[in-house]
Design a binder for this molecule. Structure first.
Ligand code: IPM
Ligand code: MG
Length: 357
């Protein structure tokens, strides 16, 4: 079984290094044959190949059981042409691998509750699964571009979903809810957008196939507010690409640490796992980034791509125990806790895992 490791830019390489240590430990302990192949993506690839997603990288991603991606982008490439931007590699990977379902769990760790800017009584016990559609919407709809009209520049993007695209993501949401608290909140803007009217219609149709699941519809602006006001009301949130992009960043702040949130992007044949946070160029190379979101993404990989839910739970448990013992990377550290670096955090997880497995 092959796993493609694409560290990317900024802190990407250092956090992926720790994730690789974790994968190696598991492979040894459990006698799994996991081959890892490392490739360039994003700005790192642009610097060497002149494009953010070289064919070799795409080829490997297409031929691997799963892809682990660090992060892409940074100020160094902020001014390159639009089609060469590091972010384009991410979007191209999502499109070429058909990764239409993006799972972003928002779970508040009791140990880190004080790291959130929100009140403990509001966020306590929050456990939301945000399911974001990832290959449609204004991100990919055409026509798009900047054109000239009557001597004026006009920017155009197209919000577009066909019913099949909505149906398949809705199914993922209902199926996920069946394994959780059986509640789906579908988020749209159907008071203004036709695209959302169709979204709401199709999600309701799919809902009829899952009579045990309670379905609620919510406008995206209201959802943005409800997430801060009463996050515990949510179980599974399903929404379109753009709304999901925005709501999942908001969700991350509920937990207080974007450095802790993993994600899985799933398609029919392929899957990619990545931390939700970006490349954090300001702290790159300082051994201070938090590798836990990437390590928890590895847990999602074992759960969704490698059919090893037990190993996934073991990784999650190891992370929880280390946080409980008071170890923290810089961005979540408070007085009285043990401040450690990126590689020490990786070593601690590896140590704990070796005990658990
Ligand atoms: C994300 C990111 C990406 C997105 C960017 C980097 C293209 O914000 O994965 O949430 O908008 O999808
Ligand atoms: Mg985003």
């Amino acid at each position: 079984m092959e796993i493609a490791i694409l560290p990317g830019d900024g802190i990407g390489p250092e956090i992926c290094r720790e994730a690789v240590k974790v994968i190696r430990t598991i492979a040894e302990k459990r006698n799994l044959k996991l081959d890892m192949w490392e490739g360039l993506v994003g700005g790192a690839a642009l610097d060497i190949y002149g494009k953010p997603l070289p064919e070799e990288t795409l080829e490997k991603a297409l031929n691997s059981r799963a892809v682990l991606l660090g992060a892409v982008g940074g100020p160094k490439w902020d001014h390159v042409e639009y089609h060469l931007r590091p972010e384009r590699a991410l979007l191209a990977l999502r499109e070429r691998l058909g990764l239409y379902a993006n799972l972003r769990p928002v779970v508040v760790f009791p140990e880190l509750i004080s790291a959130s800017p929100l009140k403990e009584e509001v966020i306590k016990d929050t456990d939301i699964l945000i399911i974001r559609e990832l290959t449609g919407d204004v991100y990919f709809g055409t026509p798009r571009g900047i054109i000239k009209e009557n001597g004026k520049r006009v920017g155009i993007n197209t919000m577009r979903y066909d019913e099949e695209e909505i149906r398949r993501i809705a199914r993922i949401a209902f199926e996920s809810a069946m394994k959780r608290k059986k509640k789906v909140t579908s988020v749209d803007k159907s008071n203004v957008l036709e695209c959302s009217v169709l979204w709401r219609e199709v999600v309701s149709e799919v809902g009829k196939e899952f009579p045990e699941v309670e379905l609620k519809h919510m406008y995206v602006d209201n959802c943005a507010m409800q997430l801060l006001w009463n996050p515990r009301q949510f179980d599974v949130i399903v929404t379109s690409n753009l709304f999901g992009d925005i709501l999942s960043d908001e969700g991350a702040m509920i937990t207080g640490s974007i450095g802790l949130l993993p994600s899985a992007s799933l398609g029919v044949k392929h899957a990619m796992y990545e931390p939700i946070h970006g490349s954090a160029p300001d702290i790159a190379g300082q051994n201070s980034a938090n590798p836990l979101a990437t390590i928890l993404s590895v847990a999602m990989m074992f759960r969704h791509s490698l059919a090893e839910p037990g190993i996934a739970l073991a990784i999650e448990e190891a992370v929880r125990l280390i946080l409980k013992e008071g170890y923290r990377t810089k961005e979540i550290w408070h007085d009285g806790e043990k401040l450690i670096g990126t590689s020490e955090m990786g070593d601690l997880v590896v140590g704990k895992l070796s005990e658990i497995l």
